[in-house]
Design a protein around this ligand. Sequence first.
Ligand code: GLN
Length: 514
Amino acid sequence: MDQEKVIVVDFGGQYNQLVARRVRECNVYCEIYSYRTDLEKIKAMKPKGIILTGGPNSCYNEDSPTYGKELFELGIPVLGLCYGAQLMMHILGGIVKGAPVREYGKTEVFVNTETALFENVSPKTVCWMSHNDYIERVAEGFEITAHTADCPVAAAENVEKGLYLIQFHPEVLHTDEGTKMIFNFVRKVCGCKGSWRMDSFVEDSIQMIRAKVGGGRALCALSGGVDSSVAAVLLSKAIGNQLTCVFVDHGLLRKDEGDEVEAVFGANGAYELNFIRVNAQERFYRKLEGITEPEEKRKIIGEEFIRVFEEEAKKIGTVDFLVQGTIYPDVVESGLGGESAVIKSHHNVGGLPDCVDFKEIVEPLRNLFKDEVRKAGLELGIPEHLVFRQPFPGPGLGIRIIGDVTAEKVRIVQDADAIYREEIAKAGLDKSIGQYFAALTNLRSVGVMGDERTYDYAVALRAVNTVDFMTAEAVEIPYAVLQKVMGRIINEVNGVNRVVYDLTSKPPGTIEFE
Ligand code: GLN
């Protein structure tokens, strides 16, 4: 496989996968390797360019991550970002120190637009800074190509040697013209043609999976969500019937979702794999009886899920590989993303392994962001309604029902949610709203229907827009649409006599309603 690629050397920055992603967006294949990777190994990959990431350390400290000087003598263009920039200068004879004025956040940078890196960039441009140290003096042979009010070296270059450095972070979107700078580096400085596409990711992954799994057997917990679906299809294309997918229907899925998953992956579906559907609805409802505390519900559902999966896995016997749909944000949050600092632990990563007998994990989506996973899914021919599925919590409707969970309440919330989704789609709003669903408030109140007194439940409708799921705002759905949904829910869903719309943003609320 002689594909042109750029290598990102990871020094522990929080954004290093973003660097790789920006490079891939320039249609150039990109992989990340730890700074502990041997120079010989890097050379053998014949990269067209090398990018050094940011990192939390100070390069002048004795035990900080570093790299051999030879990296800069390969004749391959190198771009250092932040820590990477400082380290390049430190190694090549510049001076790096604690900065008299640290910069953090959006900062105005003055760039020399006559340089390759800043071609087509505005002379004064907003960039994202995040540094305590600064480059006081560049190494010999380097020319300063950008500065800010407080930072004398915001960028520099040694064109002859193909060495470039940037103190800010072009990879984050807060840097207005960062994408252009990365494009300039990979396409112009490194001379990459830009012929890589998502279908090459799919092709390469299939080859890699085949090489890894050989004649072995693999097991995958399929939830019907985007990530595990894409992982399963990728595996199925690579190894066919050597793959077994276990799909646990815990009775807390959206309406008809279990059947939809089975239609795609089951015996009559489009893929070659062994599909096992476990109908464990009753079992989950029994376990949840009388439980009202949301965290406790989450725990019970999670544990029971593992138990069911384990029982199925035992029936299959020892498998060689466990497939997980881990994607990059899961990896970063768990601090497993190579060199970066741990932000928080994540339940999706490493959740199942201890209960199943297997030799190795396969995580084909580990380097992708959600929208890249979706692109891969489309590339693989997975139906759009699966690929563009809304995020859905693992504990499912169990946490969209406030208070105790019963089969009856699940039916109510499923039916109400189905109507809500249908009307949102009919109004043409389904693509523009981030996440929307119905929840059961567990509040009962008096109403009157057909001249008769009712004492029924109130359903809450939620719809939010969010960029990153960290903050969110309630969506202004047209009143007429809300009215229509309300009317249909009251008329069609037995046990409901009131519908409310949740206006709360996050914070103080959460996106889910539990
Ligand atoms: N730790 C270095 C500094 O504080 C580099 C920071 C970074 O890479 N974001 O300057």
